[in-house]
Design a protein around this ligand. Structure first.
Ligand code: NOJ
Length: 583
């Protein structure tokens, strides 16, 4: 279903905004009856990087029993689901994203008994468990690949992407084309036993599966069923945009320049987002829809434009992923009201009314604290990011540590780097260790309560004495309590949870303001000063068709923002975040 796109200066958007003059009724409103919404629609999903969350057995690496120990914390924070990065058996070259058995649990994380306990304890707290699913590649230690690389006649040979490459007059083998791995170096690796190259989008220990072979789909879907049958709530699909590559293996257009790994910068025309992937997504969606309880598919979808996300929902048919990620890491790293306003408008108007999943932080990117911070107002800016994440009409993803303001702690010496990306790319690309350091729980020991073992797999960041869950829990003005209050507001307030969005004061270059309006007309206003100056904001509520004469502060940081008559301007100190009710 399409609906006309309208960009009035004051009023736009969306679901359930009854009573607002000129508001557009989107598809989302139609198929989201009150009370009958799937659980994921307004959920807060919390990403757990299991190596670094909580170590229960004292080996210096996090584990499943550790996650179970911390469920009370997650329940208090108000999360609806956890997504756990891969826990399957793996040589750990890419820390779990190189899977050697899709139906097992890596012993360093625990056993099936630990997993089932985690699932049961999470369920008791109304927290769903989402697993990571790597469909694009396996480990080179997976039995399929071992078999495939043994002989061209092996039953699993065609499970992978092979090419004989080119032979020069001197009898030397060369790769079939110019493709490079996203993790550095050529994307092709020669295997003498079969006299062919295999393709790897990521490390050479991560051979790409051949999704043109229906057997691959059958096998991977069966592996997913294994976990769905065990009770997981769905999957985050790793690198799902990369499943297919050009069948003719044509050379990628060269864009010029060199990337951080020292490779030529190429177009991904032939290696990403190929149309064939959508057929697989549709069949995958149909498969998970045979299960009860609204299992969910989340996509790791880094795309160029907001509108590109639409195809991943299945366009107007909405028969693919429920939640392809709207990864704001691609927006540039400037806290800029104009950029965020534009992006919000796009995600509310270009996705057939689908629910965006907003992601600022994850285990692959410099933390938002460091990306958006200016070194002076970082703590305030982190509150603005939290408000943006949790008060727009979107499902929200919080990455462990984001809620306490953990910083990126990039290694200073190459000898200390654990991520192979950083080892190979040093010093231009220092890898992803910085955003994967252990969760900082308390100051009870030098491991910040993460582990009893002084040798944690990555070092604990030195600021753990002040930046930790225990001390921030005790401080009403902490970032953690700001997150808790925002999440509680989102849970309890119908307008913030599921209301439509109306942009306000749309020409303001420094302050982003919008209203959330529930089906009954209850209205919450959000105003975020993204500048280092005090700003006087005229919200223009009446012009936007919003009814009410008084503003009442619900949440404010700093707490000095005064709100009274709706017709008076709001005075926002530098980087203030304000949320209020219109009555
Ligand atoms: C994306 C994952 O988030 C990242 O950590 C991993 O290295 C690549 N996909 C390859 O699986």
């Amino acid at each position: 279903m399409h609906w006309p796109l309208r960009r009035s200066t004051l009023v736009l958007l969306l679901a359930g905004a009854a009573g607002i003059a000129g508001c557009i009724a989107p598809a989302a409103a139609a198929d989201a009856p009150a009370g009958g919404e799937p659980w994921w629609r307004h959920a807060v999903i919390y990403e757990i990087y299991p190596r670094s969350f909580q170590d229960a057995n004292g080996d210096g690496t996090g584990d499943l029993a550790g996650i179970t120990q911390r469920l009370d914390y997650l329940e208090q924070l108000g999360v609806d689901a956890i997504w756990i990065a891969p826990i399957y058996p793996s040589p750990q070259v890419d820390f779990g994203y190189d899977i050697s058995d899709y139906r097992g649990i890596d012993p360093q994380y625990g056993s099936f008994a630990d997993f089932d306990r985690l699932l049961g304890e999470a369920r008791r707290r109304h927290i769903r468990v989402i697993l990571d699913m790597v469909l694009n590649h396996t480990s080179d230690q997976h039995p399929w690949f071992i078999d495939a690389a043994h002989s061209r006649e092996s039953p699993h040979h065609e499970f992978y992407v092979w090419s004989a490459g080119k032979l020069d007059p001197a009898g030397q083998h060369h790769p079939p084309n110019n493709w490079v791995s996203l993790f550095g170096g050529p994307a092709w690796e020669f295997v003498p036993a079969v006299s062919e190259y295999y393709y790897h989008r990521f490390y050479r220990q991560q051979p790409d599966l051949n999704w043109r072979n229906p057997e691959v789909e059958r096998a991977m879907f069966a592996d997913m069923r294994f976990w769905l049958d065990r009770g997981v709530a769905g999957f985050r699909l790793d690198a799902v945009t990369e499943l297919f590559e050009d069948a003719q293996l044509r050379d990628a257009p060269v864009l010029g320049g060199v990337n951080a790994q020292g490779d030529p910068i190429l177009s991904d025309l032939y290696t990403k987002n190929l149309p064939e992937v959508h057929q697989v997504m549709r069949r995958l969606r149909a498969m998970i829809d045979t299960y009860p309880d609204e299992r969910v598919l989340i996509g790791e979808t880094y795309l160029e434009k907001t509108a590109d996300l639409d195809a991943w929902y299945g366009g107007a048919r909405r028969d693919e992923l429920q939640l392809p990620m709207d990864t704001l890491v691609g927006l540039g790293n400037r806290l800029d009201a104009v950029t965020f306003r534009r992006h919000l408008l796009e995600s509310q108007t270009q996705l057939h009314g689908a629910q965006p999943l907003v992601v600022f932080d994850n285990h692959d990117n410099i933390r938002s604290w460091d990306r958006y911070g200016d070194g002076v107002h970082d703590a305030q800016i982190a509150r603005i990011i939290a408000a943006l994440l949790l008060t727009t009409r979107a499902t929200a993803l919080v990455y462990q540590g984001q809620e306490i303001g953990q910083r990126t702690a990039t290694p200073r010496r190459v000898e200390d780097v654990r991520d192979p990306l950083g080892v190979r790319g040093w010093p231009r690309d220092k890898g992803r260790d910085g955003e994967r350091t252990p969760m900082q729980w308390d100051a009870s020991n030098p491991q910040a309560g993460f582990s009893s073992n002084p040798h944690t797999w990555l070092p604990v960041t030195a600021d753990y004495r002040s930046v930790n869950v225990a001390s921030e829990s005790a401080d009403p003005a902490s970032l953690l309590n700001w997150y808790r209050r925002l999440i509680a507001l989102r849970r309890n307030d119908a307008a913030v949870r599921a209301g439509g969005m109306v942009m306000l004061d749309e020409r303001n270059p420094a302050v982003l303001s919008y209203a959330r309006v529930s089906g009954t007309g209850a209205t919450v206003i959000v105003s975020l000063n993204m500048s280092a100056r005090t700003q006087k904001v005229s919200l223009g509520l009446a012009q936007a068709g919003l009814r009410g004469s008084q503003l009442r502060t619900l949440l404010s940081s700093p707490d000095s923002v005064a709100a009274d008559a709706a017709s008076n301007p709001l005075i926002l100190p530098p980087y203030a975040a304000w949320v209020g009710q219109l009555r």
